[in-house]
Structures are given as structure tokens and as C-alpha cells.
Design a protein around this ligand. Structure first.
Ligand code: GCW
Length: 700
């Protein structure tokens, strides 16, 4: 009896497909045994041992042990690390190769096995993860010749995590950093977090909120930060800190934080030296200054360059950078918020020290579900610009709605700024190739928390994954990345992969359609940024209301940003201005970003504005039912627990899509005075009832 139980247990462990509940913790690094015996056998012959051809380093050790772990799992055989046996060896070799840069790798088939090479140990680590990805997604081992190098140098996650364990705009539990346990206790999660990041090429993490606490710069906290840096180092990941501009006052006992004050400079220099003594490979500083109430150099009549350059000077000879955020809008703005970052930063082009990068959100307002690209891209040719995208779904349905962000990130990267003629894409600005910068960066605001599955919504993992893959190579297609993630994480059964990836690829457009179609923006629930509140007309500032942005009236809808209106369009190069400045040529997806369009105006789609608006809200909400069906088709091929979780979230998503649809259609109807096209069912609840829903969500 006992023996039978034991045999059964052994059988189950060896067959992950038997239906062990998958709680999502392993992310895309599953390393479950390849189900195809033939494929497994072919790889088994190639991967009997791992041989280190270069003097070992902590990163090379990581590379070898990760490769060992992965291959053993995938192939179901022991893979030795050390001396080879003459056949089926995987050689890891660090050898300078200018064609690959510092972090690029090459994987090739050799006489007696495979070779993974690169100019640095980190490059070899990336190569090992690439090989694992190759095996895990079910590729054949024949004559491998893979090589890849990152196009962007600094590839960071930005955590908006606070010392008290909360996460600003975090929807996956609390912070993964347990400050009260550090530095003594190292949660094993930190290492798994580092593995996941390294596997997609992320090489830096700013661990704390840009609305920063000065605490992180205290000796006590530096020890905690050091403990994290020690975990991340063997994965090629450097730690960065968001800093509070007023730190010299708050923890330094100085009367001022004026960047030109010698005592302030000395204070930052001393602090920085202290940091590097504790964390020799510290990455640098991330700064939100004079933005949304945060202190900054303007408090002393100085500008952003004065502040950023002072920090760059404090970094001195240390190998670190300053990422200075351009997310600013004046405290008492009378104008168009769209223009404010440009107005403050563009005149400073050429004034920043070489170690400074200016970090710009993808769009000019704030991480809306669709924004035109930020006009600063291409407009500061003498300053390297970091692209900041948001993976946490602040405006995209938190961890409840399924929205794959690959298409959103790609849309921004591929947008043509026309600043140096056609083809001057945001990607080329960001990777430095357009303006010949030697440093480049990209940042994703993390969607990671203490939830067992890391991201709350299981598909949120795809956004973390897609960010890393695009940060590494922005020429990859979002569809290919979505498919890769699906095959790594959910299933390799072809029909299921097809129906899941179709759903992923459409999900962002569907979300836009039932929330903010045709270029509507910022009409969501006040403060919480969830659910519809297009009627919001009172707030602490006018540009925190909805009516400020949609400008609905009896004539029409949309923000006129042409020269008849705020003229924000003038911030773009002529090529863009020409296209977007004319409602006839402006893509419908951006229309109401730039034009106040009459309700009865016929659009390029053939419908009037009102009818098109209704059509998008209705078909958008209906498309969530289509998403449900797509997911249902994959049911037999994905883990049962995970299936149920996503299916339930999709049911909520549909309920809330109807909420958005009814709220917006009924509210805008009070201006358009047009009937809802007869093809669509009338909302069954009155606007007044729907308005109350926001209060319920916000516990107001
Ligand atoms: O999107 C807004 C958020 C704030 C955030 C800010 C920023 C960190 O609502 O919560 O603060 O952007 O990016 O600085």
C-alpha cells in the first residue's frame, strides 16, 4: 500500500501536467518538463553538463546554476556543472566581443555541444536565460545561432513602495520589501524577484516611491538597501534610490535644500560617498521634484537643471546616474496641463550635466489608456530621455481588468516624432540612436506586490514580462512577446495559445473602447482613478476634474488643442502637427485629444461623432464577452485554479464595462441630446443610479 502511494507520488512529481494547482508564483520561469518526448530527447543530448570556461564570478555562478535548474526541470535529467564529459556540454565563456556590446550574448552549436558567450558575465547570464526560453517555448536544438544585445542601456523597474509597506497605485497586496525585517532576514522572494528580472534583461531597480521618504538615505536604511543590493548583484541588477529633494533639511539638519548652497552640495556629496561605501555598485538617483507638491529646486528660485546637476556633481567619479523626472505641472495652472512639462523642460535642453537623464512619461498627461506620445520626445536632442511607462494599471482597471500592455508600450515606441524627418521614432530617441547619445534608459513603474502571484491579476505578469523584453529590444513585436509569455507561463497547446494571444492583443483596445474611446481622457473616478466619473467638475485643482478634459457642451466633445484652442499641437514637429491638426486626418483614436468635434460631425469612420462614440462604448463592452469566450476556449489547456481566477476577473470586467458604458453614454447624452442608435439596447438604469456607484467604490 505504502509503496503504491510512493510510486504514485513520484509519478505525479514527474508529471506536472497532472494538474497541480499553479499559484502563479513561478511566473514564466516554470521549467516544467517538456511534454514532447522527442523534443526532450533531442535537447537531453545537448545538455548533459555545463562547463565554465572563464574564472568564476558571482554572476557566472548564477548563470550556471539557473541553467542547471532550468534544464534539469525541462529535460528531466541531471545536468552537472563542472567538468564536461566530451558530449552534450554547454560552455559558458566570457570573451570580449565588440559586436555584442557589454551585455549582448551569442549562443551557438559547437562540435561537442553548445556555447554561450558574451563580453561580460552579465551577458552570459542573459544568454543562459535566452537558451532556457528557447527550450521552454518548444524550439528545436538544431544548429543554434542566436545572438542579441540590448538597445537600451539602463532598463529599470521603478517601485512606488513606501517605508510603511504600502505601494502607491499598487494593486497586488503590499510592498514586497519587508523593511522591518531587513537587513537581518532576507525573504527568499527577493532572489526570485531578481531571477525574474534578470531573465528579461532588467538591470536596475529603483526600490522606493518617487514621492520619496528621506528615510532611505539614513545609515539605518542604507543597511537595509545594501542587503537588497547584495541579493540583486549576482543577477546583474543595480539598486537606485528615489530621493526627497528636501532631505538635507529633513534628515541633514540644514536650514535649506537650495542646490546652489555649498552646505547642501557638501551634504549630498557626503551622503553619496557613504552610499557608495556601503553599496559599491549603487546605480544612482531618481527624482520627482516640484511636482504634485513635492519639494524641489524651484522652491529656491532654481530650475530643474540646477537640481539635477548638483546631484550629478555629488555622484562625482562614482559610476552612477541621475534620472530627473519631467512629470510636472504647475501648482496653479491656468493653461493646458498637456503643455506644462514641455514648457518647463524644453528650454533646459543642453543645460544638463552628462550624467543626467530626463525621465519622461509616455504621454503628456498621465498614463491614460491611450495618449499621444509626449511632445518632449525629439524636442530635447541634447538630453538623453528615459521613457517611463506604467505597468501598474492605475488608469487601466487595477488588477481586476485584463489589459495586456505590450501594444500600449509599442505604440509609444513606434510613434514618429518627425523631429528629424520621418522615421524619428520615440524608440530611436530613447535608445539614443537618433540624437547620438551614449547613455539611454527606460523605466517601468512596477505592478509587483506581496500577492502570491506577484501582480494580483495573473495576466499582469505579462506586462512585467513585456516591459523587460521591449526594454531589451524594442523592435520585438508585442504580439510575439505575448505569445512567448503565454507559452512560457500558461500553455503550449497551439489552439489555446492562439485564443489567448488573440485576447491579449485586443485587450488594450477593448479597454480603451469601453472607457475612453476616440481620444477621451482623464474621465475616471476622482483620486482612486477607477471607474467612470465624467461628470466630475469640482476638485482641488481644475485639471484634476473630468470636465476640464472632455469639454462636453451642446455643440460637441473634446479638447481643442489646435491654434484655435490651447495650441498644444504646436509643441510637435510640423509632420505631426499637420496630421493631427486636421480632424479629417487625425486618427480617430486621438481625435478628442486635439479637437472639439460637433456631435453630428461625420467622422472618417462614416458615422457621426455621437454614433461612433456609442458604437465604441457598446462594442467595447460586448468585446469583454468575446474575451471571456477566448479564455474559455483555453480552459482544457491551462491550470484549473488559474483558469477560474481569470474567468472570474473577466466577469467583473464585463460588469464594469457596462458601468463605464452606461455612465458615459448617458452622461454625454445630456449634451448631445441624440438617441442611442437603435441597434444598441438602452441602459436599464438611470444616470443618477450609476453616479452612486463611484461613491460605493471610493467608500465616499
Ligand atoms: O499618476 C500619478 C499618480 C501619482 C504618482 C504620480 C507620479 C507617484 O496618480 O500617484 O505619484 O503620477 O507619477 O509622480
Amino acid at each position: 500500500m505504502r509503496l503504491r502511494f510512493l510510486l504514485l507520488l513520484m509519478f505525479c512529481i514527474g508529471s506536472p501536467c497532472l494538474g497541480w494547482a499553479d499559484d502563479g508564483y513561478r511566473l514564466w520561469l516554470k521549467y516544467d518538463q517538456l511534454p514532447e518526448a522527442g523534443l526532450r530527447k533531442a535537447w537531453q543530448a545537448q545538455a548533459r553538463s555545463i562547463v565554465l570556461e572563464s574564472p568564476t564570478t558571482p554572476i557566472l555562478q548564477t548563470a550556471a546554476s539557473e541553467l542547471q535548474l532550468g534544464l534539469q526541470g525541462l529535460l528531466g535529467q541531471t545536468v552537472a556543472v563542472g567538468k564536461g564529459s566530451g558530449k552534450g556540454e554547454i560552455h559558458l565563456r566570457v570573451a570580449p566581443d565588440p559586436a555584442l556590446g557589454r551585455e549582448g550574448y551569442r549562443i551557438s552549436t559547437q562540435k561537442n555541444g553548445l556555447e554561450i558567450t558574451g563580453s561580460s558575465d552579465a551577458a552570459v547570464l542573459y544568454g543562459c536565460f535566452a537558451l532556457l526560453r528557447h527550450v521552454q517555448t518548444g524550439q528545436q536544438p538544431n544548429q543554434l545561432k542566436l545572438s542579441s544585445q540590448p538597445r537600451i542601456q539602463y532598463r529599470l523597474l521603478n517601485h512606488w513602495d513606501n517605508p510603511n509597506g504600502t505601494v502607491e497605485r499598487g494593486y497586488a497586496g503590499s510592498s514586497i520589501w519587508k523593511w522591518y525585517e531587513l537587513p537581518e532576514r532576507i525573504d527568499p522572494r527577493y532572489q526570485d524577484y531578481a531571477r525574474a528580472n534578470a531573465s528579461i534583461g532588467i538591470n536596475g531597480v529603483a526600490i522606493n516611491n518617487v514621492n520619496a521618504s528621506a528615510r532611505y538615505l539614513t545609515p539605518e536604511y542604507l543597511q537595509k538597501v545594501k542587503a537588497l543590493a547584495d541579493v540583486f548583484r549576482p543577477y546583474g541588477i543595480r539598486v537606485y534610490l528615489s530621493v526627497l529633494w528636501a532631505a538635507p533639511k529633513v534628515i541633514g539638519g540644514l536650514p535649506t535644500s537650495d542646490p546652489l548652497d555649498p552646505k547642501v552640495k557638501q551634504w549630498w556629496t557626503a551622503r553619496t560617498n557613504e552610499i557608495y561605501k556601503t553599496i559599491p555598485d549603487f546605480g544612482g538617483f531618481l527624482v520627482k521634484a516640484n511636482s504634485e507638491g513635492e519639494p524641489g529646486p524651484q522652491d529656491y528660485g532654481r530650475n530643474h537643471a540646477d537640481g539635477a546637476n548638483m546631484l550629478a556633481e555629488a555622484l562625482g567619479q562614482h559610476d552612477g546616474i541621475v534620472m530627473w523626472r519631467a512629470f510636472v505641472y504647475k501648482a496653479n495652472s491656468k493653461g493646458d496641463r498637456f503643455k506644462e512639462a514641455y514648457q518647463e523642460f524644453q528650454p533646459l535642453d543642453g543645460k544638463f550635466a552628462p550624467k543626467v537623464l530626463v525621465q519622461v512619461k509616455n504621454g503628456p498627461i498621465d498614463f491614460q489608456s491611450r495618449e499621444p506620445f509626449h511632445p518632449l520626445f525629439g524636442a530635447m536632442p541634447r538630453t538623453p530621455l528615459v521613457l517611463e511607462v506604467q505597468l501598474t494599471q492605475e488608469y487601466l482597471g487595477f488588477a481586476t481588468h485584463l489589459v495586456y500592455l505590450g501594444p500600449l508600450i509599442k505604440e509609444c515606441l513606434e510613434a514618429d516624432t518627425h523631429t528629424q524627418g520621418p522615421g524619428s521614432t520615440v524608440a530611436k530617441v530613447v535608445d539614443g540612436s537618433l540624437e547620438k547619445h551614449t547613455i539611454s534608459g527606460i523605466a517601468g513603474v512596477a505592478n509587483i506586490g506581496s500577492d502570491r502571484n506577484w501582480t494580483g491579476h495573473p495576466v499582469g505578469q505579462a506586462n512585467w514580462y513585456a516591459f523587460g523584453r521591449l526594454a531589451w529590444d524594442h523592435t520585438l513585436s508585442s504580439a510575439a512577446i505575448g505569445e512567448e509569455w503565454t507559452r512560457m507561463t500558461l500553455t503550449r497547446q497551439p489552439a489555446a495559445v492562439a485564443s489567448i494571444t488573440q485576447m491579449l492583443n485586443q485587450s488594450r483596445n477593448i479597454y480603451v473602447r469601453f472607457t475612453t474611446p476616440l481620444g477621451l481622457h482623464h474621465i475616471m473616478g476622482q483620486s482612486i482613478h477607477y471607474g467612470p466619473e465624467p461628470w466630475l467638475s469640482q476638485s482641488a485643482r481644475p485639471d484634476w476634474t473630468s470636465v476640464y478634459y472632455h469639454k462636453a457642451d451642446s455643440v460637441g466633445l473634446g479638447f481643442d488643442r489646435t491654434e484655435r484652442g490651447s495650441n498644444a499641437l504646436a509643441l510637435y514637429a510640423p509632420g505631426v502637427r499637420k496630421l493631427w491638426g486636421n480632424p479629417a486626418t487625425c486618427p480617430p483614436d486621438y481625435l478628442l485629444w486635439f479637437h472639439h468635434v460637433g456631435w453630428k460631425q461625420q467622422l472618417s469612420t462614416g458615422r457621426t461623432l455621437w454614433n461612433e462614440l456609442c458604437t465604441r462604448y457598446y462594442t467595447g463592452a460586448d468585446s469583454v464577452l468575446w474575451m471571456q469566450r477566448q479564455w474559455e476556449q483555453a480552459k482544457p489547456a491551462v491550470d484549473a485554479e488559474l483558469y477560474t481566477d481569470v474567468a472570474a476577473r473577466l466577469r467583473i470586467q464585463h460588469r464594469e464595462a457596462l458601468w463605464w458604458r452606461d455612465a458615459c453614454v448617458l452622461y454625454f447624452q445630456t449634451f448631445s441630446r441624440q438617441p442611442i442608435p437603435p441597434a444598441f439596447p438602452q441602459p436599464t438604469r438611470p444616470l443618477a443610479e450609476i453616479k452612486e456607484l463611484v461613491d460605493i467604490y471610493q467608500l465616499r
